[in-house]
Design a binder for this molecule. Structure first.
Ligand SMILES: C[S@@+](CC[C@H](N)C(=O)[O-])C[C@H]1O[C@@H](n2cnc3c(N)ncnc32)[C@H](O)[C@@H]1O
Length: 273
């Protein structure tokens, strides 16, 4: 199996996830909740640093290394080799933890995974949605919001969106990529967000739409997390940039809880810029 190589922006994401897990587990264990970590695009657990070639612990291992354990950890990856590697790694290194590694499309697997977890039974979830690109379905996000028990960190892959669906020349985007974008966004309203009528356009213009900046797209997604998925708190996301300064992802946090929101905002603030 080949491990994924990751850039500096992914290292920052991993640090943020680990930093959020520490106060989360401390607070939840003090309140006698049952609390679960769900990593829906978990990867193999190990990556290779693009710049140095070193091994880097991925999100599952970062969260597993926390001092206070979650009641259970669920890891889901589509890639069978990665899921097998992670399962074996967990058996060897974290045999004292309750862990389930599932192979499959997380947009499907998640439904069964969380169906029995409820607010009334004092169950809570910290979930990471970390796709490479447009592999996440909006339904998955909405299920999380409507559950009312989920704190979410979501990687919003703006660079992949710009590469595949939000082109300057909208007319040239394939029908299949538009469909993938709609699946991620949940409906076709992304079109109204990503494009405005061009002020210079006229009847004979081939390209009458003007692409809007990344910030406008991220801001509209933030509003959807609140108004459609039903998360009460969604602070401004942080842009994670590559070495040329281009935004690769926006990292979102979403929750129903004001304390969780304060903690996440505090962590995000440290990384802005
Ligand atoms: C960005 S990587 C995850 C990295 C990991 N969260 C970390 O930070 O260490 C994305 C992973 O999603 C997996 N993947 C892609 N499509 C998927 C799907 N529909 N369901 C579950 N996993 C998927 C890929 O195999 C890959 O391992």
């Amino acid at each position: 199996m080949t491990f994924d190589t990751i850039g500096n922006w992914s290292r920052i994401k991993l640090e943020i996830i680990a930093q959020y897990a520490v106060p989360y587990t401390r607070i939840m264990s003090g309140l006698n909740f049952k609390f679960y970590y769900i990593d829906t695009f978990s990867g193999a657990g190990l990556h290779i640093d693009r710049a140095t070639g070193e091994d880097i612990a991925g999100s599952p291992l970062r969260v597993l290394s926390g001092h206070i354990p979650f009641d259970k950890y669920y890891f889901i990856d589509l890639d069978g080799e990665k899921a097998d590697f992670l399962r074996n790694y967990c058996t060897q290194h974290f045999s004292d933890r309750e862990i389930e590694v599932k192979q499959g499309d997380c947009n499907e697997v998640i439904k069964d995974t969380i169906s029995g977890m409820t607010y009334r039974n004092y169950e809570r979830i910290f979930c990471l949605l970390d796709p490479y690109g447009l592999h996440l379905k909006w339904d998955t996000v909405e299920i999380m919001g409507k559950k009312k028990i989920v704190d979410l960190i979501l990687n919003f892959p703006i660079m992949d969106m710009n590469r595949n669906a939000i082109w300057h020349d909208y007319g040239k985007v394939s029908a299949q990529d538009k469909k993938r974008m709609t699946r991620f966004w949940g409906d076709e309203s992304w079109l109204e967000v990503a494009y405005n009528p061009s002020p210079q356009s006229n009847l004979f213009d081939d390209n009458p739409l003007e692409k809007q900046p990344n910030e406008a797209v991220a801001d509209a997604f933030r509003k959807r997390l609140k108004s459609v998925a039903g998360f009460q708190y969604v602070p401004k996301p942080i842009p994670l940039k590559n070495s040329t300064g281009a935004t690769v992802y926006y990292l979102f946090f979403a929750s129903q809880n004001s304390t969780a929101n304060k903690i996440a905002k505090g962590i995000f603030t440290k990384y802005v810029g």
